[in-house]
Design a protein around this ligand. Sequence first.
Ligand SMILES: Nc1nc2c(c(=O)[nH]1)N[C@H]1C(S)=C(S)[C@@H](COP(=O)(O)O)O[C@H]1N2
Ligand SMILES: [Mo]
Length: 501
Amino acid sequence: MRKLIWAGYGVLATLFGIGLAHLAAALTHPAASPVLAVGSAVIDRTPTPMKEWAIRTFGSADKAVLVGSVLAGVLVLAAVAGVLARRRFAVGAGLLVALVAIAAAAVLTRPEAEPLDLVPSLVAALAAPAALRLLGRTHHASAAREGGDGRRALLLTVTAVGAMAAVGGLGGRLVTRLRARPEDVALPAPADPAPPLPRGLDDQVPGITRFRTPTADFYRVDTRLDVPVISADDWTLSIDGDVDRKVTLSFDDLLAMPLVERDITLTCVSNSVGGPYVGAARWLGVRLTDVLDLAGIGSTKADQILSTDFAGMTISTPLALATDGRDALVAVGMNGRPLPREHGFPVRLVIPGLYGFISATKWLRRLTLTTYDDQQAYWTERGWATDAPIKISARIDTPKALAELAAGEVVVGGVAWAQERGGIAGVQVRVDGGPWVDAQLGPDGGDDYWRQWFHRWSAAPGSHRIAVRAVAGNGEPQAAVRAEPFPNGASGLHELLVRVS
Ligand SMILES: Nc1nc2c(c(=O)[nH]1)N[C@H]1C(S)=C(S)[C@@H](COP(=O)(O)O)O[C@H]1N2
Ligand SMILES: [Mo]
């Protein structure tokens, strides 16, 4: 029992240290929060197969699960520190300081680390042992005193430490959020607007994916644990490497350039056949080639654009593909508003036809013209392909796999995409290995946009297998051969079973 109480002191003291460190990070450099740094360090050192497994198993909660596990591990050690401190304070406090030292090492080994980033760790290294000392002293004092007075003092101390931990944590969040708000940014109108998006099949086919993905429902895939908070005021973009002259742009410089608006479907290489990591939005931005031209492409040696995000994470794009005339954008807007923080505020890349991991850098800070031999990006180092065009794909949204349906007419429907291949020219549906039948296509939102489709099927009682396949506008059929997402995207037909009675 007594051990349990001291374990509690250890945990409380640690939460106190974490809370104050979080506040200190918010006031100095939010990206340098020790908790996040430890989590990111763990993510970076996790082998690719395990990461894939985490994404498959936990979906978009993968990072919450990871932060939760790291935090749980820290708190177990914190409890041990509390128990140790009961006999010898120095030993318990030493363990807490060792924990903070690990966090500080994680903070300092980030590529963009600055000396100032040590402040939150220093705060934690002082605050956690101090709280443990206070709790321990009050505990001993209360044990020495008769009656309820001592217990009351102890309870008061515990409550005060807990409250300050919470105030630190929540205060940190609040400060960070107020520092950079996308809604404070006003975007100019596009010089080259997109035509109005036709009305999709949203209302006609129940259960079909909406023609334009609402921003709040847009999939999110990145290596970050937090939602980065970056202010447009201190944002800059440097263009360097093999260029004629190094250029640095401010956010206002970028907005002063001609803006184009395009409807583009983004796809993640980790999306499995029939999976959810694909979304369609209206993007606003400056042409990537306009930005590169400011610096001038130097010698003809460069074959990749290495883009770097605000935290030093890198993504590489084949230079030849990014500059072949497609609508590659240095984007500032999504669906008529500034980018949300989750999707890269203030600036990201959007390049149609290439999977996001080689094209869609969020929280963009730097474009470097270089070669694949000289510099490797984050996913290249982990064995993923460097040349990864989005594969033609069709997905069945309705009915759902294993649905129980009533016999009669069933509307089968979904979306299909074939970016930079002339869009979708046709979609076909097959039931129980029978003939392929043409589905009806929804309106055309452009070659880089997905297309909705549906097929009216007269379902007879029994168990049925429904499959779908697409053909691109350039005549290329969807590949039926099964492939896993690693290393250059999944392929194979989406197929599902339903029961009709
Ligand atoms: N800075 C940064 N940008 C990134 C990533 C990342 O991990 N970090 N992930 C990429 C991947 S894998 C994809 S699929 C797209 C997803 O963009 P979204 O989250 O806006 O849908 O962002 C890309 N841009
Ligand atoms: Mo991705």
